[in-house]
Design a protein around this ligand. Structure first.
Ligand code: KG4
Ligand code: ZN
Length: 341
């Protein structure tokens, strides 16, 4: 039984360092607001204690802005969907406590949402630039916190079939970028520099992992040792080779997940791919996926950028889809940093 329309969902996302709120009317996004936390730039990575403090100051202004920009009043809301996990406990606590309290105040239902499901179902947001994928598909989540290949049989039937055993791909981009002096988060600038370099100039090892699992810590260590070795001989090595270093490193980081994705396509016989997470903005990943769509007839879903990085629209979308069954969460649904599928 479907919910009545119009059905207004408030999505709230606070799993890491972005405080985000969005309003959806049915499957359409009316507003998608985000407060990025600049404070972490100074430390070259997310500081959990500072992230939860910043969420506390940001959450009310962000939710207020989302409601205002949507042109609705809070009493029109039908549902609040919030990120339950995975993520940083302190950050999740702010979003989940706020969402449950607001739902209680408004006397409306709420739903605790899995952040990873959000990344994988972002393609279902009603948007002129995207057609929703057909099930089953292979979901690929690539971000600063996750690197997974997920077999998605239905919206709420997902199974992780491969994942990193150590660092996430975005973390590898950020940490390697830091080694060569790029500001945090280094992924976007490393990508820009890579586009002017030669990806075959240097070689970094691609780890061999069992099955569809991945590792990124080895490439990072190899990159660090390589830079130190060359800097000992020539202190200007990085300045002289920055673009080629970025291009060669990016090739290795992307090749690592691509090998596993090709293996997953072979093993499951599914060639519909949905990608999510901040690293899906990467030019090398996008180019390779589009190339596969041409040469091997893969069907590739690359959601619009605002729905691939951490955002609240994707959380609202999961809430809206889940609400169709009219099964809501109760107050025992609490923040869970290690929430699985
Ligand atoms: O999904 P996201 O916004 O947040 C989480 O980590 O959950 O992803 C952020 C990550 C960062 O590691 C950032 O460096 C990376 O996505 N990133 C990129 C690019 N744009 C963002 N990495 C490589 N190439 C890019 N163009
Ligand atoms: Zn994420």
């Amino acid at each position: 039984m479907k919910v009545s329309t119009p059905f207004y969902t408030l999505g709230i996302e606070s799993s890491c360092d972005d405080t985000a709120a969005a309003i959806l009317c049915d499957g359409k996004v009316l507003s998608n607001c985000i407060a990025n936390q600049e404070i972490h730039k100074r430390y070259g990575g997310v500081v959990p204690e500072l992230a939860s403090r910043a969420h506390q100051s940001n959450i009310i202004p962000v939710v207020t802005a989302a409601i205002e920009q949507a042109g609705i009043e809070k009493k029109q809301l039908n549902l609040i969907a919030f990120t339950q996990g995975p993520g940083l406990l302190g950050s999740l606590l702010v979003g989940s406590s706020f969402a449950k309290s607001l739902a209680m105040g408004l006397n409306i239902p709420f739903l605790a949402v899995n952040h990873m499901q959000g990344h994988l179902l972002a393609s279902f947001i009603d948007h002129p630039q995207q057609q929703p994928p057909r099930f089953p598909f292979l979901g690929v989540t690539v971000s600063g916190g996750h690197t997974q290949i997920v077999l998605c049989k239905a919206a709420f039937d997902m199974e992780v079939i491969g994942e990193t055993q150590d660092d996430a791909i975005g973390e590898a981009f950020d940490k390697c970028g830091k080694i060569i002096g790029l500001p945090y988060p280094a992924g976007p600038s490393l990508d820009r520099l890579a586009q002017q370099g030669n990806s075959k100039a240097f070689t970094f090892p691609i780890p061999k992992m069992k099955g569809l699992n991945l590792s990124y810590s080895g490439i990072k260590t190899a990159f660090l040792n390589f830079i130190h070795k060359h800097q000992n001989k020539d202190p200007e090595f990085v300045e002289k080779n920055r673009e080629d270093l970025c291009a060669s490193l990016q090739w290795a980081l992307v090749e690592n997940i691509f090998r596993k994705l090709e293996q997953a396509v072979k093993e499951t016989d599914i060639n519909r791919i949905v990608i999510g997470g901040g690293v899906s903005a990467n030019s090398e990943i996008r180019a390779r996926l589009l190339d596969k769509a041409k040469t091997d007839q893969w069907t590739v879903h690359l959601p619009p950028f605002e729905y691939t990085t951490d955002n609240a629209a994707m959380i609202g979308m999961v809430g809206y889809l889940q609400a169709q069954s009219k099964k809501y969460s109760d107050f025992t649904a609490i923040a869970n940093p290690r929430l699985g599928f």
